[in-house]
Design a protein around this ligand. Structure first.
Ligand SMILES: [Zn+2]
Ligand SMILES: [Zn+2]
Length: 297
């Protein structure tokens, strides 16, 4: 980026953003404002909704900064070092949505619900690389995958609660998981799309790429009561029937983790802000509409 003196005295947006209708004098000022706001997502949604130029700026810079602020270690891992110009499959705005939005779920070919469970915003969610390993078969365990704990959705029936979880691969295009899906010629699901980027998805049940025992233990589910999907951009979303964990099962899970975890640490796991809170919606409906409009479209 040019940093010449005469240039720096002009608006940074000259040529790409019209100062007359942007209302912003300098990109750095905007970054400082958001920093002082601790990258408040309400403010970011509202900024991105002002006009198409600010929306473009948000897509180019602001969503990335939000992701890095809220989950720095995870972003560093996903971008393999965290270069400021790093690209992310599907775009930063989609990754921001993944951080803050539980996608809900509907019935799918391999997972039947009597009624859909709606998506919602979450104040914070922990993404864990160690958890992610529990969702990879042995031959794919070299892949890097971050996965959340399940978000509990009551069904209002006699059945157990549904657990909904989400995640993202690092470098999915070069992953062993994708390689397996391609080699096995697994077909895309006809009726399902990624709730984050909208692209087509593979069912990992259909692909026979779910290590059911470790995944079920991680989720607090049973082996045959879970399903997850991976999209072309490496976003994961899934659901399971949750069963209450006894203390014995929790101990068994710890033992299992030692065995499967290969001794690696949780160093680059991230909680994107505060303790994990299910259904702690900090967004009202207006925010939801703004977010959908400016992240999804
Ligand atoms: Zn949820
Ligand atoms: Zn996706």
């Amino acid at each position: 980026m040019s940093e010449g003196t005469s240039q720096s005295q002009k608006l940074r947006y000259t040529g790409s953003l019209d100062p007359d209708d942007s209302g912003i004098l300098n990109e750095r000022i905007l970054l400082l404002v958001f920093k002082s706001l601790k990258w408040d997502i309400h403010a970011l949604c509202q900024t991105a909704s002002v006009n198409h130029k600010l929306r473009a700026l948000a897509r180019r810079v602001l969503w990335r900064e939000l992701c890095v602020y809220r989950a720095p270690r995870m972003m560093s891992t996903l971008t393999e070092g965290g270069a400021s110009n790093a690209r992310i499959s599907g775009g930063w705005q989609v990754l921001a949505k993944l951080l803050f939005f539980c996608g809900g779920c509907d019935s799918t070919r391999n997972f039947k619900l009597s009624q859909p469970s709606p998506g919602h915003f979450v104040k914070s969610t922990r993404f864990s690389k160690t958890s992610g390993r529990s969702f990879l078969t042995k031959k794919c365990r070299g892949d890097v995958l971050f996965v959340t704990d399940p978000c509990e959705h009551p069904t209002g029936e006699k059945q157990d609660d549904v657990g909904i979880y989400r995640g993202v691969f690092r470098g999915f295009m070069k992953s062993r998981t994708r390689d397996c899906l391609i080699r096995r010629q697994v077909e895309f699901e006809a009726d399902a799309r990624c709730p984050y980027c909208g692209s087509r998805v593979w069912s990992m049940t259909s692909a026979r790429l779910i290590p059911r025992r470790t995944a079920a233990r991680r989720l607090g589910s049973s082996d045959d009561a879970l399903e997850y999907f991976v999209c072309l951009n490496g976003h994961l979303h899934g659901m399971c029937w949750l069963v209450p964990l006894s203390s014995n099962e929790e101990e068994a899970d710890d033992e299992d983790e030692d065995k499967d975890g290969g001794g690696s640490s949780d160093d680059d796991d991230d909680d994107n802000g505060g303790p994990s809170n299910y259904h702690n919606n900090e967004f009202d409906n207006g925010d939801f509409i703004l977010f959908s409009k400016h992240i999804l479209n």
